[in-house]
Design a protein around this ligand. Structure first.
Ligand SMILES: Cc1cc2nc3c(=O)[nH]c(=O)nc-3n(C[C@H](O)[C@H](O)[C@H](O)COP(=O)(O)OP(=O)(O)OC[C@H]3O[C@@H](n4cnc5c(N)ncnc54)[C@H](O)[C@@H]3O)c2cc1C
Length: 306
C-alpha cells in the first residue's frame, strides 16, 4: 500500500488550499476527489464575494486556478470516492469505492456537502430529469419553460437568478415567512420580472406522468393548490458528505464533523475543513481559511511525529 504524509478527502476550495499549504511545506500529500477537482464552485456561474476579484470570478475559473496552484507545488490527485476511513493516532487508511487503499499519517476531511432533498412524493421518480439541483449544469433543460425553485436562501436565490436568464418564468417557493438570502440577492430577485416569490409555502408533491407537469403546494392556511411547472430545482439546505465517516470520527446532530478551533477532530491527526465541519458558514472564503488552518494543524501534528 502506498503511504503519504497527508491525505485530503475532497478537492473543493478547502481541500485544495490544504493541499497547497502542505505541499509548500514539502509534505507528500494526496488529494482524493470523486468528482470535479474544484468542488461545488465549478457549478457556480459567478462568485461575487470572494475577495480579490472586484468584478466577481466565474466559479469554474476560480476552482481551476486553485487546482493549478496546488498542482504546481506537487499535490498528487487521485480520482476516487472514499467510502471508509480507519484511523489510529499513528496511521490512517482510506478505502475507495473500487477497493483501493491509501495510507497516511495525517488526514484532512474536506468533502463538502450536497443539496438536501424535499422528501415529497414524485421527487425520487423525477430526480435528475424534471427535478434538478444545479442550474448551471442542468438549467438548459428548462429554456423557455416554467421552473419552480425550492429554497429562498443564498443558494436558492442564486439559482433562481441564473434560471431567470433561461426560463420563461421562475417561481421561488420558500417555507419560511420571508426569504433568508443576503439582501443584495433578494433585491435582484424582486426586481426581476420573471421571478415570482411565494413565502410561507411548502411543496407537498411533484406531479407528472412521463415528465414533471406541476407541483402541489400548501400555503399558510393549509389549503392545497397545484402550480403548473415543467421542472423543479431543489435548494432547501445542505447535507454534509459524511455518511461513510460514522463510527470513524464524531459527527454532530446535523452530521457535520466535530472539530475544535484548530479544526482538529478528537482523533489525533484527523482534521476537517470547509462546509463539512461543524459550524461552517458554508462560504468559499471560509472554506479557504479552513483549508489553511487544517493544513497548519496537520503540519504541526506531522512535525511532532518526527
Ligand atoms: C448554488 C450555490 C451557490 C453558491 N455560491 C457561493 C458564492 O457565491 N460565494 C460563496 O462564498 N459560496 C458560495 N456557495 C458555497 C460554496 O460553494 C461552498 O461554501 C464551498 O464550495 C465549500 O468548499 P468545500 O471545499 O468545503 O466543499 P466543496 O466545494 O463541496 O468540495 C468538496 C469536494 O469533495 C468531494 N467529495 C465529497 N465526498 C467525497 C468522497 N467520499 N470521496 C472523494 N471526494 C469526495 C466532492 O465531490 C467535492 O468536489 C454556493 C453554494 C451553492 C450550492
Amino acid at each position: 500500500m502506498n503511504e503519504w504524509d497527508a491525505i485530503i478527502i475532497g478537492g473543493g476550495p478547502a481541500g485544495l488550499t490544504a493541499g497547497l499549504y502542505l505541499c509548500r511545506g514539502k509534505f507528500r500529500t494526496l488529494l482524493i476527489e470523486k468528482g470535479s477537482v474544484g468542488g461545488y464552485i465549478m457549478n457556480v456561474e459567478l462568485i461575487e464575494n470572494y475577495p480579490g476579484f472586484p468584478d466577481g470570478i466565474p466559479g469554474a475559473e476560480l476552482g481551476m486556478q486553485m487546482k493549478e496552484q496546488a498542482l504546481r507545488y506537487g499535490l498528487e490527485v487521485e480520482r476516487a470516492e472514499a467510502i471508509a476511513v480507519q484511523a489510529s493516532a499513528s496511521r490512517k487508511v482510506v478505502t475507495s469505492a473500487s477497493g483501493s487503499t491509501y495510507a497516511c499519517k495525517a488526514l484532512i476531511i474536506a468533502g463538502g456537502s450536497r443539496p438536501r432533498k424535499l422528501g415529497v412524493p414524485g421527487e425520487e421518480r423525477f430526480w435528475g430529469s424534471g427535478v434538478i439541483t444545479c442550474a448551471f449544469c442542468d438549467g438548459g433543460l428548462f429554456t423557455d419553460r416554467v421552473i419552480a425553485v425550492c429554497g429562498g436562501g443564498d443558494s436558492g436565490i442564486t439559482e433562481a437568478l441564473y434560471m431567470a436568464n433561461l426560463a420563461s418564468r421562475v417561481i421561488v417557493i420558500e417555507a419560511k415567512p420571508s426569504l433568508t438570502a443576503t439582501a443584495v440577492l433578494q433585491e435582484r430577485a424582486r426586481a426581476n420580472p420573471k421571478i415570482e416569490i411565494r413565502c410561507s409555502t411548502r411543496v407537498t408533491a411533484i406531479l407528472g406522468d412521463g415528465r414533471v407537469t406541476g407541483i402541489e403546494v400548501s400555503g399558510e392556511s393549509g389549503g392545497k393548490e397545484v402550480l403548473p411547472v415543467d421542472g423543479v430545482l431543489v435548494h432547501v439546505g445542505l447535507e454534509p458528505n459524511t455518511g461513510y465517516l460514522a463510527g470513524s470520527v464524531p459527527l454532530d446532530e446535523g452530521g457535520q464533523v466535530q472539530v475544535n478551533t484548530w479544526l482538529e477532530t478528537p482523533v489525533p491527526g484527523v482534521f476537517a475543513a470547509g462546509d463539512i465541519r461543524s459550524g461552517s458558514p458554508r462560504q468559499v472564503s471560509a472554506a479557504v481559511g479552513d483549508g489553511a488552518i487544517a493544513a497548519i494543524s496537520a503540519q504541526r501534528f506531522l512535525q511532532r511525529l518526527t
